[in-house]
Unconditional design. Structure first.
Lengths: 717, 138
């Protein structure tokens, strides 16, 4: 491809620099950008940061903590977006070692949100010489922040008025205006949101990757918690990085041979077993749809039910036929698990891009379950339409799906009607009307504005303006801490109720996914067993986000020998792989205990961060009753036999002698108390007070008794 | 297409081919850097790992670094390669080799240098039909 000359751009601020050599996974500096006063500065990565925060989510939270005040709200200029990959991020030899982790104070929760994505940005940023980027302040006009490593230049640039905002068109515009050649395209990545982020609190970040096979851009989303909303609030169109040519040793690992040996063996394992296990390489995460339905765990109609006769219309088999096959669809180089599939040539059927043939990234399981079954939509094209528009408008598919399911139940319950929705008939299954809400969110008008507040915002609004029963909307609104639930049914798994409720950021399954251990295999019979699992697994999974790893290659393909191991759920042969990769990159050997401690430091820091901002206590770990038991008679009756049996078995009651209301009340009391007992056990295991505050003893034991942390905690102990 | 052929019944296990190979491509005599691997088994039998130019790796490469040339030989373009070793794990013949001295893997390209030096006539460059070009399916 011929090189081209780019037109000059209006630079508001500039910093020149020489990209440092990467040493064992670290660039050794972070990039600070303030859009209010147009400052750009390099900041050193200190030993304390590396020792106690590692990188990735740890760096994000450390930098965010020191950037904001105790009373900073999401739309204050002090709020920051921080993005970091972690020391192992950018490793090409092992599957899933290129994640970016983003954090900010969330518009939905008011506390720090961390959300991870594939794509190329985080590793490219590091290879460009920066372990993290920290964006603070608000621009007066639309800007792009451009990190140009080969030119040794960082700029804040004013974006011309005709530049698009929606990601799939903005991406083409960026390549047009910033990439001089095909190699530039390969060496560039950017982070963007979309118009939907401007008018809702559930904005997502799109992380680009240039797909050399398709010779086109693709996107992976850091969806959770509204970081896209923060990006647009700061008037940032995109954060763009151009790095050096990509190679297998850019991370300057301590022991390349160890990475090669471990990676090659893992690739072979994927080759041998993925086709007979989850088939991630051909189906991606939607393989899970049918399994969840089979176990009564697929969210259907706002989490009322766990199964639906139409599920085969949207299961993995269907998606295998729709997803483009035969391409190495990793979201980072070398990911042979390659779950990041796409539907090529989808023709958009509504809205401003109607008639365009586009690439739809995904759909992922969460999207299929969230905007599909949970909304009663069992039409693949409608799911693709919503997926496409969510991405390009910069809206989180999980929050959109769960919030839409809530709105639909409110509609069917009479809280909403056509007059309140502006003529939309939001019954379960109304795909076209759901899609219209998306367009309204992008335009910032009509019902889309109310919807865009998220479930917590809608709950308050419906009570205040529509006279909705506050208890009912609290019970059925599947949010905790203000964040919409991701897409798993938890009614019959107490451990997973905790897996969602006892999180730092809100109910997202990346901390713990214990449903099968707990409900299907009954491996966690006691409160103490559940508490141990709610200690170990969230800590283990937190570590991925510190280092730049993806969770999926850990347990979505497994060597058959794992069955014979003492604790098969921990998948120790893969834990050992991660230990080798961490050692191979950083030169430091770590035991599993070390790993758990590394995570505990950051996890407790994040908990204290929540407390510092006025949350993070026991009352904030509450969950909606829909996630613990049947709210409505319809729900009870759908599983009447099970619930009646439980009354006999758990409570020694005779359901034959009880009215439906009495039976539901007995369940409610039992299940609610049971969750409180779980909280007691988990707090004790985690070293927290009865109010959920990390104790000084625990912080000292972890070496996290930093003065700023102790100062927060002391007020609550 | 050109492809290396190995006759185990003639092989004497001298490993000269490995030394010639590493000398050809890395200018060192180091069997760990050879693109052919002679394996001597406990039962006395001998086998060899080397690329038969089947090309399964071409589709696995995320960056189009593996291509088939006009002679049908599968080549790795080192400047394109990101060293991910996907091709190593997915080669059914275990013929893609790596070494910690460099991030890119390497493979037999049927150059024939080992054939010339094999004292037992156990190696030969032969012509076989090129498999149909692999590529993405719609």
């Amino acid at each position: 491809m011929a090189e081209k000359t780019l037109s000059p751009r209006r630079v508001l601020a500039e910093l020149t620099y020489d990209a440092p050599s990467i040493k064992r996974g670290y660039a050794g500096q972070t990039l600070y950008v303030n859009l209010s006063d147009n400052t750009i500065a390099a900041r050193p990565v200190t030993n304390l940061m590396k020792e106690k925060f590692i990188g990735g989510r740890g760096f994000d939270l450390y930098l965010l903590w020191h950037g904001v005040d105790d009373d900073t709200r999401w739309d204050d200029p002090e709020n920051e977006i921080v993005i970091s990959s972690g020391p192992c991020g950018g490793t090409t030899q092992y599957p899933g070692a290129g994640k970016s982790i983003a954090a900010a104070i969330s518009p939905l929760t008011g506390v720090p949100i961390d959300s991870n994505a594939g794509g190329h940005f985080g590793p490219y940023l590091k290879f460009a010489g920066w372990d993290a980027i920290e964006v603070q302040g608000k621009a007066e006009q639309e800007v792009i922040v451009f990190v140009d490593a080969p030119a040794g230049r960082i700029t804040i640039e004013e974006v011309p008025a005709d530049a698009p905002t929606d990601t799939h068109v903005l991406g083409k515009w960026i390549l047009e205006h910033y990439a001089e050649s095909e190699s530039d395209r390969q060496q560039m990545s950017f982070v963007s949101a979309g118009r939907g982020s401007e008018h809702s609190r559930m904005g997502c970040l799109n992380f680009s990757l240039y797909d050399r096979r398709r010779q086109d851009l693709r996107y992976k989303q850091a969806g959770r918690g509204g970081i896209g909303t923060v990006l647009r609030d700061k008037k940032v169109k995109a954060l763009v990085v151009r790095t050096f040519p990509i190679a297998g040793n850019l991370n300057a690992p301590a022991d390349l041979g160890l990475l090669q040996e471990t990676g090659a063996e893992m690739h072979q394992e994927v080759h041998d077993y993925d086709p007979v296990q989850n088939r991630m390489r051909s189906r991606g995460t939607p393989y899970l749809v049918q399994i969840m339905d089979d176990y009564d765990l697929l969210p259907v109609h706002n989490f009322k039910f766990g199964t639906h006769p139409d599920t085969p219309k949207i299961n993995g088999e269907v998606w295998e036929a729709r997803l483009t096959q035969g391409l190495p669809d990793g979201c980072w180089y070398g990911c042979t698990v390659a779950c990041a599939h796409a539907v090529d040539g989808y023709v958009v059927r509504s809205g401003p891009y109607k008639g365009q043939a586009v690439i739809v990234d995904g759909p992922e399981y969460e999207t299929v379950a969230g905007v599909g079954s949970n909304c009663g939509i069992f039409e693949p094209d409608a799911i693709l339409e919503i997926n496409f528009y969510c991405d390009t408008y910069g809206i989180d598919t999980i929050s959109f799906g769960t919030a839409m399911a809530f709105a639909m139940e409110c509609y069917e319950a009479g809280i909403l009607d056509e007059a309140k929705t502006g003529g939309l008939e939001l019954t379960f299954g109304s795909a076209d009307d759901a899609i219209e809400v998306l367009h309204q969110m992008a335009r910032g008008d009509e019902f889309g504005r109310i919807f865009g507040m998220g479930i917590r915002g809608m709950q308050d609004y419906f009570v205040e303006h529509y006279g909705a029963d506050a208890q009912f909307v609290r019970d059925i609104g599947m949010q905790a801490k203000g964040l919409e639930y991701s897409e798993y049914m938890t009614k019959e798994s107490l451990a997973q109720q905790g897996g969602y409720g006892l999180t730092n950021k809100g109910p997202q399954h990346d901390e713990a996914w214990l449903i099968f251990m707990d409900m299907v295999n009954n491996e966690l019979p006691t409160f103490e067993d559940k508490a141990e699992a709610l200690h170990y697994f969230p800590m283990w999974r937190t570590w991925f986000g510190l280092c730049g790893f993806c969770k999926l290659p850990w347990n979505d393909v497994v060597h058959p020998k794992n069955k014979l191991s003492p604790e098969p759920q921990k998948i120790m042969h893969h834990v050992e792989n991660y230990q080798k990769i961490y050692e191979g990159v950083t030169g430091t050997a770590v035991t599993l205990d070390d790993i758990i401690t590394m995570s505990e430091r950051v996890y407790n820091f994040q908990r204290v961060f929540n407390i510092r901002l006025g949350y993070g206590l026991r009352q904030h770990d509450a969950i909606p009753y829909r996630s613990a038991g049947p709210v409505t008679a319809e729900e009870y009756e759908s599983r009447a036999e099970r619930y009646d049996d439980q009354l006999r078995e758990w409570l020694g009651l005779d359901p034959a002698q009880m009215s439906l209301e009495e039976k539901m009340a007995a369940h409610r009391q039992y299940r609610t108390e049971r969750y409180q007992k779980l909280i007691d056990a988990v707090y004790a295991r985690r070293g927290w007070s009865n109010d959920g505050v990390p104790t000084l003893e625990k912080l000292r034991q972890l070496g996290m008794d930093l003065p700023e942390v102790v100062a927060v905690v002391e007020k609550h102990l | 297409m050109k492809v290396l052929a190995f006759y185990p019944d003639r092989c004497v296990g001298c490993h000269i081919c490995e030394e010639v190979c590493s000398q050809t491509w890395f200018k060192v005599t180091d069997r760990d850097k050879s693109r052919i691997r002679i394996q001597e088994h406990d039962d006395g039998s001998i086998s060899a790992l080397y690329c038969v130019q089947k090309g399964d790796c071409i589709d696995v490469c995320p960056v189009n670094a593996l291509t088939r040339n006009k002679q049908g030989v599968v080549l790795l373009r080192e400047k394109q390669c990101v060293g991910c070793l996907s091709c190593v794990g997915f080669c059914p013949y275990l013929a893609m080799i790596y070494h910690p001295d460099q991030s890119q893997p390497f493979k037999c390209v049927a150059c024939g240098n080992c054939v010339d030096e094999c004292p037992a006539g156990a190696l030969e460059i032969v012509e076989v039909e090129t498999p149909s070009a692999p590529g993405p399916q719609a």
